[in-house]
Design a protein around this ligand. Structure first.
Ligand code: FES
Length: 70
């Protein structure tokens, strides 16, 4: 068992109505095959499709949640 697997927290967190949080170093590939490396302690990946800095979350999901539904 590696030291990382002994840490008592998830590496990936799905935020309801918001981003996917990644803990630690990752390479994220978008739908076009472009790869984005992150070495930040925590990175937020957009899951709503509204971010202007994809693949990263820019907080736009908060505005989308406030929109009235048809
Ligand atoms: S999840 Fe935050 S902008 Fe898409």
């Amino acid at each position: 068992m590696s030291r990382d697997s002994e840490v008592n927290h998830p590496d990936v967190i799905l935020c309801p109505g918001g981003p996917m949080l990644l803990r630690g170093d990752h390479v994220v590939q978008d739908e076009d095959g472009n790869e984005y490396r992150t070495e930040r302690p925590v990175s937020a990946v957009c899951r709503c499709g509204g971010s202007k800095i994809k693949p990263w979350c820019d907080g736009t999901h908060k505005l989308l949640l406030k929109r009235p539904r048809d």
